[in-house]
Design a protein around this ligand. Structure first.
Ligand code: SF4
Length: 433
Protein backbone atom coordinates (compact mmCIF):
# COMPACT_ATOMS: atom_id res chain seq x y z
CA UNK A 1 0.00 0.00 0.00
CA UNK A 2 2.85 2.37 0.76
CA UNK A 3 4.36 1.77 -2.66
CA UNK A 4 1.03 2.60 -4.23
CA UNK A 5 0.75 5.69 -2.03
CA UNK A 6 4.21 6.79 -3.21
CA UNK A 7 2.88 6.51 -6.75
CA UNK A 8 -0.07 8.73 -5.79
CA UNK A 9 2.33 11.27 -4.30
CA UNK A 10 4.43 11.37 -7.45
CA UNK A 11 1.30 11.83 -9.51
CA UNK A 12 0.04 14.68 -7.29
CA UNK A 13 3.37 16.52 -7.20
CA UNK A 14 4.11 16.08 -10.90
CA UNK A 15 0.93 17.99 -11.66
CA UNK A 16 2.50 20.85 -9.68
CA UNK A 17 5.62 20.63 -11.86
CA UNK A 18 7.88 18.96 -9.32
CA UNK A 19 10.61 16.95 -10.96
CA UNK A 20 11.57 13.57 -9.50
CA UNK A 21 15.19 12.52 -9.20
CA UNK A 22 16.36 9.09 -8.13
CA UNK A 23 19.55 10.29 -6.40
CA UNK A 24 18.60 11.56 -2.97
CA UNK A 25 21.89 13.49 -2.77
CA UNK A 26 20.74 15.58 -5.71
CA UNK A 27 17.25 16.27 -4.37
CA UNK A 28 16.02 19.51 -2.82
CA UNK A 29 13.31 17.63 -0.99
CA UNK A 30 13.48 14.06 0.27
CA UNK A 31 10.26 12.35 1.31
CA UNK A 32 10.17 9.09 3.22
CA UNK A 33 6.95 7.14 3.09
CA UNK A 34 6.80 5.36 6.41
CA UNK A 35 5.13 2.31 7.94
CA UNK A 36 4.13 1.89 11.57
CA UNK A 37 3.28 -1.79 11.42
CA UNK A 38 6.55 -3.08 12.81
CA UNK A 39 9.11 -1.64 15.16
CA UNK A 40 11.89 -2.48 12.74
CA UNK A 41 10.36 -0.18 10.11
CA UNK A 42 10.23 2.53 12.71
CA UNK A 43 13.90 2.29 13.57
CA UNK A 44 14.81 2.20 9.91
CA UNK A 45 13.15 5.57 9.31
CA UNK A 46 15.04 7.24 12.15
CA UNK A 47 18.27 5.78 10.75
CA UNK A 48 17.48 6.94 7.22
CA UNK A 49 16.70 10.50 8.25
CA UNK A 50 19.96 10.73 10.19
CA UNK A 51 21.96 9.26 7.31
CA UNK A 52 20.44 11.69 4.80
CA UNK A 53 21.22 14.65 7.06
CA UNK A 54 24.73 13.32 7.59
CA UNK A 55 25.37 12.69 3.88
CA UNK A 56 24.14 16.14 2.92
CA UNK A 57 26.33 17.81 5.53
CA UNK A 58 25.74 20.64 7.95
CA UNK A 59 23.87 23.61 6.55
CA UNK A 60 22.49 21.69 3.58
CA UNK A 61 19.21 23.20 2.44
CA UNK A 62 17.66 19.77 1.83
CA UNK A 63 14.13 19.49 3.17
CA UNK A 64 12.92 16.22 4.62
CA UNK A 65 9.28 15.23 4.77
CA UNK A 66 7.75 12.18 6.38
CA UNK A 67 4.66 10.59 4.88
CA UNK A 68 2.49 7.65 5.83
CA UNK A 69 1.39 5.78 8.92
CA UNK A 70 4.31 6.53 11.18
CA UNK A 71 3.78 10.20 10.46
CA UNK A 72 0.22 9.95 11.77
CA UNK A 73 1.16 7.89 14.77
CA UNK A 74 4.18 9.81 15.97
CA UNK A 75 3.58 13.32 14.65
CA UNK A 76 4.32 15.06 17.95
CA UNK A 77 7.45 13.03 18.73
CA UNK A 78 8.78 13.54 15.21
CA UNK A 79 8.26 17.28 15.15
CA UNK A 80 9.78 17.75 18.57
CA UNK A 81 12.82 15.59 17.91
CA UNK A 82 15.43 18.27 17.22
CA UNK A 83 18.02 15.81 15.97
CA UNK A 84 15.69 14.64 13.17
CA UNK A 85 14.82 18.12 11.86
CA UNK A 86 11.72 17.07 9.93
CA UNK A 87 10.34 19.91 7.80
CA UNK A 88 6.89 18.59 6.98
CA UNK A 89 4.65 15.65 7.75
CA UNK A 90 1.69 14.28 5.80
CA UNK A 91 -0.51 11.40 6.92
CA UNK A 92 -2.00 8.87 4.48
CA UNK A 93 -5.13 10.96 3.85
CA UNK A 94 -3.32 14.28 3.33
CA UNK A 95 -1.29 13.78 0.17
CA UNK A 96 -3.37 16.21 -1.84
CA UNK A 97 -2.24 18.90 0.60
CA UNK A 98 1.46 18.15 0.02
CA UNK A 99 2.07 21.08 -2.36
CA UNK A 100 0.75 23.43 0.30
CA UNK A 101 2.66 21.76 3.14
CA UNK A 102 5.90 21.97 1.15
CA UNK A 103 5.20 25.60 0.35
CA UNK A 104 4.61 26.43 4.04
CA UNK A 105 7.79 24.65 5.08
CA UNK A 106 9.96 26.08 2.26
CA UNK A 107 8.70 29.62 1.88
CA UNK A 108 7.36 30.41 5.31
CA UNK A 109 9.92 28.42 7.29
CA UNK A 110 7.28 26.73 9.44
CA UNK A 111 7.18 23.09 10.38
CA UNK A 112 4.03 22.06 8.57
CA UNK A 113 1.91 18.99 8.99
CA UNK A 114 -1.44 17.46 8.24
CA UNK A 115 -2.29 14.06 9.63
CA UNK A 116 -6.07 14.43 9.60
CA UNK A 117 -7.81 11.14 8.91
CA UNK A 118 -10.64 11.35 6.42
CA UNK A 119 -13.78 9.27 6.22
CA UNK A 120 -14.01 9.89 2.49
CA UNK A 121 -10.58 10.26 0.88
CA UNK A 122 -9.90 7.40 -1.54
CA UNK A 123 -7.80 9.36 -4.10
CA UNK A 124 -10.37 8.24 -6.62
CA UNK A 125 -9.46 10.98 -9.06
CA UNK A 126 -5.70 10.30 -9.07
CA UNK A 127 -4.44 7.77 -11.61
CA UNK A 128 -0.72 7.06 -11.27
CA UNK A 129 0.77 6.36 -14.71
CA UNK A 130 3.61 4.00 -15.58
CA UNK A 131 6.07 6.90 -15.06
CA UNK A 132 4.84 7.36 -11.48
CA UNK A 133 5.61 3.78 -10.58
CA UNK A 134 8.46 3.34 -8.14
CA UNK A 135 8.99 -0.40 -7.84
CA UNK A 136 10.94 -2.25 -10.58
CA UNK A 137 8.03 -4.70 -10.77
CA UNK A 138 5.73 -1.84 -11.67
CA UNK A 139 8.01 0.41 -13.70
CA UNK A 140 8.56 -2.49 -16.05
CA UNK A 141 4.84 -2.90 -16.66
CA UNK A 142 4.42 -6.37 -15.26
CA UNK A 143 2.42 -5.75 -12.10
CA UNK A 144 0.57 -2.62 -10.99
CA UNK A 145 -0.99 -1.98 -7.59
CA UNK A 146 -4.43 -0.44 -7.47
CA UNK A 147 -5.92 0.61 -4.13
CA UNK A 148 -9.64 -0.16 -4.00
CA UNK A 149 -10.34 0.63 -0.38
CA UNK A 150 -8.54 2.30 2.48
CA UNK A 151 -8.61 2.02 6.26
CA UNK A 152 -9.90 -0.69 8.55
CA UNK A 153 -12.75 -1.10 11.04
CA UNK A 154 -11.56 -4.30 12.66
CA UNK A 155 -9.43 -3.03 15.54
CA UNK A 156 -7.30 -6.10 16.04
CA UNK A 157 -5.77 -5.23 19.38
CA UNK A 158 -2.14 -5.51 18.19
CA UNK A 159 -2.59 -3.33 15.11
CA UNK A 160 -2.11 0.35 14.61
CA UNK A 161 -3.75 0.61 11.17
CA UNK A 162 -7.24 1.76 12.27
CA UNK A 163 -5.55 4.68 14.06
CA UNK A 164 -3.07 5.59 11.34
CA UNK A 165 -5.25 4.99 8.28
CA UNK A 166 -8.72 5.56 9.67
CA UNK A 167 -12.06 3.94 8.91
CA UNK A 168 -12.88 1.77 5.91
CA UNK A 169 -14.06 3.49 2.75
CA UNK A 170 -14.16 2.05 -0.75
CA UNK A 171 -13.52 3.52 -4.12
CA UNK A 172 -16.26 3.60 -6.76
CA UNK A 173 -15.98 0.53 -9.04
CA UNK A 174 -16.08 2.60 -12.24
CA UNK A 175 -13.10 4.51 -10.95
CA UNK A 176 -11.13 1.34 -10.23
CA UNK A 177 -12.02 -0.06 -13.66
CA UNK A 178 -10.95 3.20 -15.29
CA UNK A 179 -7.53 2.94 -13.62
CA UNK A 180 -7.18 -0.73 -14.59
CA UNK A 181 -8.06 0.07 -18.22
CA UNK A 182 -5.39 2.76 -18.33
CA UNK A 183 -2.87 0.30 -16.88
CA UNK A 184 -3.82 -2.36 -19.43
CA UNK A 185 -3.33 0.29 -22.13
CA UNK A 186 0.17 0.94 -20.76
CA UNK A 187 0.98 -2.76 -21.08
CA UNK A 188 0.58 -4.03 -17.51
CA UNK A 189 -0.25 -7.73 -17.33
CA UNK A 190 -1.07 -8.22 -13.68
CA UNK A 191 -3.12 -6.08 -11.30
CA UNK A 192 -2.95 -6.43 -7.53
CA UNK A 193 -5.97 -4.92 -5.81
CA UNK A 194 -5.01 -3.39 -2.50
CA UNK A 195 -6.71 -2.55 0.75
CA UNK A 196 -5.99 -2.92 4.45
CA UNK A 197 -9.01 -5.18 4.53
CA UNK A 198 -9.49 -5.61 0.83
CA UNK A 199 -12.28 -8.20 0.78
CA UNK A 200 -14.55 -6.05 2.91
CA UNK A 201 -14.74 -3.75 -0.13
CA UNK A 202 -18.24 -2.36 -0.50
CA UNK A 203 -19.44 0.50 -2.61
CA UNK A 204 -23.21 0.99 -2.52
CA UNK A 205 -24.56 -2.44 -3.56
CA UNK A 206 -21.27 -3.68 -4.97
CA UNK A 207 -19.08 -6.12 -3.06
CA UNK A 208 -15.58 -7.43 -3.64
CA UNK A 209 -16.74 -10.32 -5.84
CA UNK A 210 -18.46 -7.85 -8.15
CA UNK A 211 -15.34 -5.71 -8.32
CA UNK A 212 -13.02 -8.64 -9.07
CA UNK A 213 -15.37 -9.86 -11.79
CA UNK A 214 -15.48 -6.43 -13.41
CA UNK A 215 -11.69 -6.02 -13.25
CA UNK A 216 -11.28 -9.43 -14.88
CA UNK A 217 -13.26 -8.22 -17.90
CA UNK A 218 -10.62 -5.60 -18.75
CA UNK A 219 -8.90 -6.70 -21.92
CA UNK A 220 -5.12 -7.09 -21.70
CA UNK A 221 -5.04 -7.90 -17.98
CA UNK A 222 -4.04 -11.53 -17.57
CA UNK A 223 -3.81 -11.96 -13.82
CA UNK A 224 -5.52 -10.41 -10.81
CA UNK A 225 -4.34 -10.71 -7.24
CA UNK A 226 -5.48 -9.05 -4.03
CA UNK A 227 -4.07 -8.29 -0.61
CA UNK A 228 -4.68 -8.23 2.34
CA UNK A 229 -7.94 -9.94 3.19
CA UNK A 230 -9.51 -10.80 6.55
CA UNK A 231 -10.82 -14.36 7.10
CA UNK A 232 -14.26 -13.03 8.05
CA UNK A 233 -15.04 -11.77 4.52
CA UNK A 234 -15.01 -14.83 2.24
CA UNK A 235 -18.59 -15.38 1.14
CA UNK A 236 -19.35 -18.40 -1.07
CA UNK A 237 -20.13 -16.02 -3.94
CA UNK A 238 -16.53 -14.82 -3.98
CA UNK A 239 -15.00 -18.30 -3.72
CA UNK A 240 -17.29 -19.60 -6.49
CA UNK A 241 -16.17 -16.75 -8.74
CA UNK A 242 -12.53 -17.42 -7.93
CA UNK A 243 -12.97 -21.09 -8.85
CA UNK A 244 -14.25 -20.39 -12.35
CA UNK A 245 -12.58 -17.13 -13.35
CA UNK A 246 -9.24 -17.96 -15.01
CA UNK A 247 -7.83 -14.47 -14.51
CA UNK A 248 -8.23 -14.49 -10.72
CA UNK A 249 -5.10 -16.11 -9.35
CA UNK A 250 -5.70 -19.15 -7.18
CA UNK A 251 -3.90 -17.77 -4.19
CA UNK A 252 -5.43 -16.53 -0.96
CA UNK A 253 -3.54 -14.91 1.86
CA UNK A 254 -5.45 -15.93 4.98
CA UNK A 255 -3.94 -14.28 8.06
CA UNK A 256 -4.24 -16.66 11.02
CA UNK A 257 -2.27 -14.60 13.59
CA UNK A 258 -2.74 -17.23 16.34
CA UNK A 259 -4.28 -20.67 16.73
CA UNK A 260 -5.60 -20.51 20.28
CA UNK A 261 -9.14 -19.33 21.01
CA UNK A 262 -8.26 -17.30 24.10
CA UNK A 263 -5.39 -15.53 22.31
CA UNK A 264 -7.54 -14.95 19.21
CA UNK A 265 -10.15 -13.38 21.47
CA UNK A 266 -7.54 -11.11 23.10
CA UNK A 267 -6.41 -10.14 19.60
CA UNK A 268 -10.05 -9.42 18.63
CA UNK A 269 -9.74 -11.54 15.52
CA UNK A 270 -13.45 -12.57 15.65
CA UNK A 271 -12.93 -16.25 14.75
CA UNK A 272 -11.98 -19.38 16.66
CA UNK A 273 -9.40 -21.98 15.78
CA UNK A 274 -12.11 -24.33 14.51
CA UNK A 275 -13.84 -21.62 12.47
CA UNK A 276 -10.54 -20.81 10.81
CA UNK A 277 -9.91 -24.47 9.98
CA UNK A 278 -13.46 -24.79 8.64
CA UNK A 279 -12.78 -21.82 6.36
CA UNK A 280 -9.58 -23.46 5.09
CA UNK A 281 -11.58 -26.62 4.29
CA UNK A 282 -14.29 -24.62 2.53
CA UNK A 283 -11.76 -22.65 0.46
CA UNK A 284 -9.99 -25.85 -0.61
CA UNK A 285 -13.27 -27.57 -1.45
CA UNK A 286 -14.46 -24.69 -3.61
CA UNK A 287 -11.14 -23.69 -5.17
CA UNK A 288 -9.12 -26.87 -5.75
CA UNK A 289 -5.35 -26.37 -5.89
CA UNK A 290 -5.60 -22.95 -4.27
CA UNK A 291 -2.36 -21.79 -2.65
CA UNK A 292 -2.78 -20.49 0.89
CA UNK A 293 -0.38 -18.21 2.72
CA UNK A 294 -0.73 -16.67 6.15
CA UNK A 295 0.60 -14.30 8.82
CA UNK A 296 1.33 -15.53 12.33
CA UNK A 297 2.37 -13.65 15.47
CA UNK A 298 4.06 -15.56 18.29
CA UNK A 299 4.34 -14.38 21.88
CA UNK A 300 1.23 -12.21 22.09
CA UNK A 301 0.89 -11.03 25.74
CA UNK A 302 0.06 -13.90 28.14
CA UNK A 303 0.35 -16.58 25.41
CA UNK A 304 1.43 -19.81 27.13
CA UNK A 305 3.44 -22.67 25.68
CA UNK A 306 0.28 -24.79 25.49
CA UNK A 307 -1.55 -22.02 23.64
CA UNK A 308 1.31 -21.69 21.20
CA UNK A 309 0.94 -25.44 20.55
CA UNK A 310 -2.54 -24.64 19.18
CA UNK A 311 -0.88 -22.39 16.60
CA UNK A 312 1.42 -25.24 15.59
CA UNK A 313 -1.62 -27.51 15.39
CA UNK A 314 -3.39 -25.15 12.96
CA UNK A 315 -0.22 -24.87 10.88
CA UNK A 316 -0.05 -28.65 10.68
CA UNK A 317 -3.73 -29.01 9.77
CA UNK A 318 -4.05 -26.04 7.41
CA UNK A 319 -0.90 -26.92 5.44
CA UNK A 320 -0.20 -23.36 4.29
CA UNK A 321 2.00 -22.97 1.25
CA UNK A 322 3.94 -20.24 3.02
CA UNK A 323 3.78 -18.05 6.11
CA UNK A 324 5.03 -14.67 7.26
CA UNK A 325 5.91 -15.11 10.91
CA UNK A 326 6.64 -12.46 13.50
CA UNK A 327 7.48 -12.05 17.15
CA UNK A 328 4.89 -9.85 18.84
CA UNK A 329 6.13 -6.31 19.34
CA UNK A 330 4.09 -3.63 20.99
CA UNK A 331 2.90 -0.73 18.83
CA UNK A 332 2.24 2.59 20.48
CA UNK A 333 -1.45 3.56 20.55
CA UNK A 334 -2.91 0.05 20.10
CA UNK A 335 -5.43 -1.54 22.45
CA UNK A 336 -2.89 -4.25 23.32
CA UNK A 337 -0.32 -1.65 24.35
CA UNK A 338 -2.85 -0.18 26.79
CA UNK A 339 -4.39 -3.38 28.15
CA UNK A 340 -1.87 -6.19 27.88
CA UNK A 341 1.72 -5.82 29.11
CA UNK A 342 4.22 -7.36 26.67
CA UNK A 343 5.07 -10.12 29.16
CA UNK A 344 6.35 -13.02 27.06
CA UNK A 345 10.15 -12.93 27.31
CA UNK A 346 11.97 -12.31 24.06
CA UNK A 347 13.87 -15.59 24.44
CA UNK A 348 10.55 -17.48 24.59
CA UNK A 349 9.25 -15.60 21.53
CA UNK A 350 12.45 -16.53 19.70
CA UNK A 351 12.09 -20.23 20.58
CA UNK A 352 8.48 -20.25 19.42
CA UNK A 353 9.39 -18.48 16.21
CA UNK A 354 12.16 -20.99 15.54
CA UNK A 355 9.89 -24.00 16.03
CA UNK A 356 7.10 -22.41 13.99
CA UNK A 357 9.46 -21.61 11.13
CA UNK A 358 10.91 -25.11 11.22
CA UNK A 359 7.44 -26.69 10.97
CA UNK A 360 6.33 -24.34 8.18
CA UNK A 361 9.56 -24.75 6.23
CA UNK A 362 9.01 -28.51 6.01
CA UNK A 363 5.39 -28.01 4.90
CA UNK A 364 6.43 -25.45 2.30
CA UNK A 365 9.09 -27.81 1.02
CA UNK A 366 6.63 -30.70 0.67
CA UNK A 367 4.08 -28.39 -0.99
CA UNK A 368 6.73 -27.20 -3.43
CA UNK A 369 7.86 -30.76 -4.19
CA UNK A 370 4.29 -31.71 -5.07
CA UNK A 371 4.63 -29.43 -8.12
CA UNK A 372 7.52 -31.42 -9.61
CA UNK A 373 6.49 -32.76 -13.01
CA UNK A 374 3.60 -30.28 -13.42
CA UNK A 375 3.26 -27.78 -16.25
CA UNK A 376 2.76 -24.29 -14.83
CA UNK A 377 2.14 -20.94 -16.50
CA UNK A 378 4.77 -18.53 -15.20
CA UNK A 379 4.56 -14.74 -15.40
CA UNK A 380 8.16 -13.62 -15.64
CA UNK A 381 9.43 -10.89 -13.38
CA UNK A 382 10.99 -7.89 -15.08
CA UNK A 383 14.65 -8.74 -14.76
CA UNK A 384 16.97 -11.74 -14.43
CA UNK A 385 18.03 -12.72 -10.92
CA UNK A 386 20.25 -9.97 -9.49
CA UNK A 387 22.84 -12.51 -8.29
CA UNK A 388 22.68 -14.80 -11.29
CA UNK A 389 21.83 -13.25 -14.66
CA UNK A 390 21.42 -16.75 -16.14
CA UNK A 391 18.27 -17.22 -14.06
CA UNK A 392 14.94 -15.66 -14.91
CA UNK A 393 12.49 -15.59 -11.99
CA UNK A 394 8.73 -15.70 -12.40
CA UNK A 395 5.56 -16.57 -10.50
CA UNK A 396 2.96 -19.27 -10.91
CA UNK A 397 -0.73 -18.51 -10.70
CA UNK A 398 -0.50 -19.57 -7.04
CA UNK A 399 2.25 -17.00 -6.45
CA UNK A 400 5.15 -19.45 -6.17
CA UNK A 401 8.57 -18.32 -7.25
CA UNK A 402 9.87 -20.31 -10.25
CA UNK A 403 13.45 -20.07 -11.44
CA UNK A 404 13.95 -20.69 -15.16
CA UNK A 405 17.15 -20.62 -17.17
CA UNK A 406 17.29 -17.22 -18.89
CA UNK A 407 16.45 -17.65 -22.54
CA UNK A 408 14.63 -16.18 -25.47
CA UNK A 409 11.90 -14.69 -23.30
CA UNK A 410 11.79 -11.41 -21.40
CA UNK A 411 10.21 -9.84 -18.32
CA UNK A 412 6.42 -9.80 -18.48
CA UNK A 413 6.14 -12.85 -20.76
CA UNK A 414 3.78 -15.66 -19.78
CA UNK A 415 5.77 -18.86 -20.21
CA UNK A 416 4.64 -22.47 -19.93
CA UNK A 417 7.21 -24.38 -17.92
CA UNK A 418 7.69 -27.88 -16.59
CA UNK A 419 8.64 -27.92 -12.89
CA UNK A 420 11.76 -30.03 -12.52
CA UNK A 421 12.85 -29.49 -8.93
CA UNK A 422 11.91 -27.70 -5.72
CA UNK A 423 13.51 -26.23 -2.62
CA UNK A 424 11.74 -24.79 0.44
CA UNK A 425 12.10 -21.36 -1.19
CA UNK A 426 11.35 -21.84 -4.88
CA UNK A 427 10.49 -24.12 -7.76
CA UNK A 428 12.90 -24.80 -10.58
CA UNK A 429 11.70 -25.32 -14.12
CA UNK A 430 12.35 -25.51 -17.83
CA UNK A 431 10.36 -23.48 -20.34
CA UNK A 432 8.49 -25.62 -22.84
CA UNK A 433 9.52 -25.16 -26.46
S1 SF4 B 1 -7.76 -6.45 9.94
FE1 SF4 B 1 -5.59 -6.10 9.44
S2 SF4 B 1 -5.38 -3.86 9.20
FE2 SF4 B 1 -7.33 -4.22 10.25
S3 SF4 B 1 -6.86 -4.02 12.44
FE3 SF4 B 1 -6.70 -6.21 11.93
S4 SF4 B 1 -4.51 -6.54 11.38
FE4 SF4 B 1 -4.91 -4.31 11.34
Amino acid sequence: MNEYDSELVRSILKKENYEFVTDELAADIVMLNTCAIREHAHRKVYGRVHSIRHARGKGSPVMIGLLGCMATNLRQDLLEDRSLKIDFIAGPDSYKRLPQLIHEAADEGQKSYDVTLSEFETYSDIFPSAEDRVNPLTTSRVNAWVAVMRGCNNFCTFCVVPYTRGRERSRAPENVIDEVRRLAGEGFKQITLLGQNVNSYRYEDHDFAYLMDEVSKVEGIERIRFTSPHPKDFPDRFLDLMAVNPKICKHIHLPLQAGNDRVLDLMNRTYTKQEFLNLVDKVRAKVPNVALSTDIIVGFPTETDAEFEDTLDVVSKAQFDSAFTFKYSERQGTIASKKYPDDVPDSVKSQRLTSLNKAQKEITYQKNRAHIGQIQTVLLEPYPDSKNPDIMPGRTDGGKLVLLPAGRYQGGDMVKARITDATPHALKGQALP
